[in-house]
Design a protein around this ligand. Sequence first.
Ligand code: GRF
Length: 200
Amino acid sequence: MKIGILISGRGSNMVAIAEAVRSGRIPNSEVAVVVSDKTSAKGLEKAKDHNIETLVITRKNRSREEHDAEIISELKKRNVELVCLAGYMRLLSKGFVLSFPNKIINIHPSLLPSFPGLDAQKQAIDYGVKISGCTVHFVDEDLDHGTIILQKSIEVKNEDTAESLSAKILEHEHALYVEALAKIVSGNYKIIERRVVFET
Ligand code: GRF
């Protein structure tokens, strides 16, 4: 399956996916392209180091729909079937979501539906939760809202700060994203209402 990865920044989840594809832990797949909406994204160099084609498609005063249309066109040109958001900091338009039905996936550093949006780890610390974690989910037009694929819980210790919790969660993000993609690529699942049911 051809995978396109969208980033805006550091790209550590993108690297985890690329390495898992290369090693076969995400089977029968190829990362066809990494697209960034930011020229400054550090992940672009990392993608090049992994010999993956990169594209920078900035918003340039365009509407969300126009910007997304260019990204969709570049993904379709490369026969991308599965789109992974990996620190991509923009909401997708309806047109984007409809172009890849149930084939756009995101990772978020909290146990959704708790703490959607920016600074999820700081939100968790500020709220005082004892357990947080990360969530891999399908993407719809709403922020961090689509059907949940997998979640991993992580204990929040008394001494944790937003930074230490972010670092702990990030390690688990990489493993969880790879595990979720391996399952989705295998196709052995059904979506029943808001539930992803894996067939064993
Ligand atoms: C991760 O914490 C991810 O959950 C969130 O944005 C961050 C991206 O980090 N959506 P990276 O660019 O993958 O290193």
